[in-house]
Design a binder for this molecule. Structure first.
Ligand SMILES: [Mg+2]
Length: 440
């Protein structure tokens, strides 16, 4: 009997991070890092775990969207999904009625990500490999067969994508060995949350330098004088040899972004991230052009809703650092297409991470990128935020500012059972305790 998907469970899991200011930025001042967490059960007794990242309220809406997608997955023969994954992905995103509430964007696409991530975890577990290795071991034809190229062929065709991968076949073994030995470069965001005091920032910089980080990011955009003071503190602590990036989380208008950033040129910044609306492709192009003479690139992508938007960002020269998000795009299939387009345009991909689980997921994608696509670590870094890893069965290991390449099976998506029961919203023990305190 061929194995079938017999169950799809989804949970609303929330962490009360707003109590400590972890994750706070100019736009999202009090996030409770959360996720919609999916478990797939196959009739042969294997499981797949997947999630999409949210920041508190609204997770219940994503959970409802996952439930709406469930009938498209449950009952399917597992192997038939992986035999023609591009077709399955298109079916999942093209349901004739559900598509209306996207298409391929917003809540329904976050839900797609959770489901598709769980499928890739299941696939990697079935093959007995970590996800990055599953991707690396595929032939170019197999890998490309998972991608839906609809809306992309004016920029990249299936044949071009295969060609691109074939050109990098030589040297894959050496690059894999190098990565396993040296790890993948990370940068640290958790020194500069906007809700942190100057003292806390100073302390964290010292600590992270000691741990071996040489690249840092700080949140900006609420108050220019505060930004100057905070960036001075960070530069003083990390010195001029370390890389420093800033992130405005969409707070500015286009012209405001340019004038604000011109005030910060003394700090030798590598990029400004999300300077304005994540949908404003031409606005990002204007900002990119204006900041180029100052050596500052534009980075964006964590809220870029799909491959079509990324295509246009690349076509318009509107980003110099492409920040795919493992849970915003519709899972691995769509992410692969963005990596391949970025490679064609010669734009480095520096995945967005942090949140809950994002570091666990993107480390696999970055490893595959280095081994199979870009073959380079130049201008490539993976975001690292230190919160909430303890809730995963196989958390990321970051040593000396580098991700250690994961060796356990799957996509590193599985959370601990106790975490799910404690943090499930609103019935988990943690939330019951908080509700009790608030009612006192
Ligand atoms: Mg960001």
């Amino acid at each position: 009997m061929e194995a079938k998907i017999i169950r799809l469970d989804v949970k609303d899991v929330r962490f009360p991070t707003s109590l400590t200011g972890d994750g706070s930025d100019a736009m999202h001042t009090d996030p409770d890092y959360s996720c919609a967490y999916v478990t797939l059960t196959s009739s042969d007794g294997t499981y797949g775990y997947g999630l999409t990242f949210t920041i508190g309220k609204g997770t219940e809406i994503v959970v409802a969207a996952v439930k709406a997608l469930a009938p498209l997955v449950v009952g399917k023969v597992v192997q038939s999904i992986f035999d023609d994954f591009a077709k399955f992905w298109r079916d999942l995103t093209s349901h004739s009625q559900l598509r209306w509430i996207g298409p391929e964007k917003g809540v329904i696409h976050l839900a797609t990500a959770a489901v598709v991530n769980a499928l890739w975890d299941l696939w990697a577990r079935t093959e007995g490999k970590p996800l990055w290795k599953l991707l690396v071991d595929m032939t170019p034809e197999q890998l490309v067969s998972t991608i839906d190229f609809r809306y992309l062929t004016d920029v990249i065709t299936k044949e071009e994508a295969i060609d691109l991968l074939k050109k990098k076949e030589a040297g894959k073994k050496e690059r894999e060995a190098k990565l396993l030995h040296e790890g993948y470069p990370a940068y640290c965001t958790s020194v500069g949350w906007i809700g942190y005091s100057d003292e806390k920032i100073k302390e964290l910089c010292k600590q992270k330098l000691k741990e071996g980080f040489t690249a840092f990011k700080a949140k900006v955009g609420q108050n220019l004088e505060d930004d100057k003071r905070r960036l001075s503190i960070i530069r003083d602590e990390i010195g001029n040899d370390s890389l420093l990036m800033v992130d405005a989380n969409q707070i500015w208008d286009v012209n405001e972004a340019i004038s604000w950033m011109k005030e910060l040129t003394d700090f030798n910044l590598l990029w400004i991230e999300e300077p304005t609306s994540p949908d404003d492709i031409l606005g990002h192009a204007v900002i990119s052009k204006a900041l180029k003479p100052h050596g500052i690139g534009v980075a964006t992508g964590e809220q870029c809703q799909n491959r079509v938007m990324f295509k246009q960002f690349l076509q318009a020269g509107a980003l110099q650092f492409c920040q795919i998000d493992s849970c915003r795009l519709g899972g691995v299939n769509e992410i692969l297409s963005v990596y391949l387009m970025a490679a064609k345009f010669g734009v480095p991909v520096c995945p967005h991470a942090g949140g809950v689980g994002l570091c666990e997921l993107v480390q696999h994608l970055a490893a595959w990128d280095f081994i199979s696509v870009s073959g380079s670590l130049e201008k490539r870094l993976v975001e690292y935020v230190e919160h909430l890893h303890e809730h995963f069965e196989n958390p990321v290991i970051v040593r000396k500012g580098r991700y250690t390449i994961p060796l356990r099976l799957g996509y590193s998506t599985k959370m601990k059972e106790k975490t799910i029961s404690d943090y499930q919203y609103p019935d988990g023990n943690i939330w019951k305790t908080i509700a009790k305190k608030e009612s006192l």
